[in-house]
Design a protein around this ligand. Structure first.
Ligand SMILES: O=P(O)(O)OC[C@H]1O[C@](O)(COP(=O)(O)O)[C@@H](O)[C@@H]1O
Ligand SMILES: [Mg+2]
Ligand SMILES: [Mg+2]
Length: 288
């Protein structure tokens, strides 16, 4: 299985420059369809999904492929996750609405040893690619986190044993303030007097701020959307795997995001990730 995990991670690094290279020609182009979450899809989302599906689905040992942009899990091989093979769940382009304003975007990948949908506890590795001024890939595997620069389709490690700084500096919370539940709004009031706001509208970019400087990122439950906006399988669980492996914590408001049992491939979940002290305070605030 570890060879397959290597193959998946190397393939993500190989495909990332093509995803990035395809962005300029797809700026401002809607695909004219909605994804399974009911959101409009850009041509860049479709292109990234196709590139990753073709490359990852072709790997021997990848038995299932699921994407934020596809209704159902695709059975890609003869084997089954857990019997030496893996399942890959991907958000091909995270923060794709940032393409119009030319801001950061990413790709999020979870590699599980169980059939999808699967809880975060079944992730054997997780990674995100950040398409910023440079393209980087951050991987959680065997309890440690490594950040690499992707150059010519290959990942070159630039930081090993990445961990959240002990002294948190930044926060970023999604959703409109009047939509936040009262307990979250009160918690946010405290946090904003302690940390600096960093919110760019792409989870990967905003989480990478937290990984770099310490702090907390959240896309909380909203009055109109009690499970928030982000998807457990494609966003919440893999990001939680990375933040927890880097010494931080994650929560859906009550428990680690890795413990949430999925009932639906595209289900949403409130996401809170960052330094343990801030996540614990958040859980205490919501429990009051
Ligand atoms: O526009 P909002 O409400 O701030 O939402 C931003 C959030 O939505 C997302 O863009 C959703 O991801 P997708 O772009 O993959 O659908 C996250 O990256 C980000 O954290
Ligand atoms: Mg996303
Ligand atoms: Mg996406």
């Amino acid at each position: 299985m570890s060879d397959t995990v290597d193959d998946v991670l190397e393939t993500v690094a190989a495909v990332a420059p093509d995803v990035r290279g395809g962005l300029p020609g797809r700026r401002l182009t809607e695909a004219g369809v909605e994804n399974p979450s009911g959101e409009s899809v850009t041509a860049a989302d479709v292109h990234a999904d196709e590139l990753f599906f073709e490359a990852l689905g072709a790997i021997d040992g990848v038995a299932e492929f699921a994407s934020e942009e596809r209704e159902a899990v695709v059975d890609t091989g003869d084997g089954a996750p857990g019997e030496g093979d893996v399942a890959v769940a991907i958000d091909p382009l995270d923060g794709s609405s940032n393409l119009a304003s030319n801001n950061a975007m990413g790709t999020i990948v979870g590699i599980a040893d169980e059939s999808l949908p699967a809880a975060g506890e079944s992730l054997v590795a997780a990674a995100y690619v950040l398409y910023g001024p440079i393209t980087t890939m951050t991987v959680a595997r065997e309890g440690t986190v490594t950040t690499s620069v992707i150059d010519g389709g290959e990942a070159r490690a630039v930081e090993e044993d990445v961990s959240l700084p002990d002294d948190p500096v930044v926060y970023g919370f999604g959703g409109r303030v009047p939509e936040w539940p009262d307990a979250f709004r009160e918690y946010a009031r405290e946090v904003e007097s302690e940390l600096k706001l960093r919110y760019g509208g792409a989870m990967v970019g905003d989480v990478n701020q937290v990984l770099s400087y310490g702090g907390i990122f959240a896309y909380p439950a909203l009055e109109s959307a009690p499970n928030g906006k982000l998807r457990l399988q494609f966003e919440g669980a893999p990001i939680a795997k990375i933040i927890e492996a880097a010494g931080g914590a994650s929560s859906d408001g009550e428990q680690s995001l890795l413990s949430v049992e999925p009932t639906d491939l595209h289900q949403r979940v409130p996401v809170h990730v960052g330094n343990e002290a801030y996540v614990e305070r958040l859980e205490a605030a919501l429990a009051d």
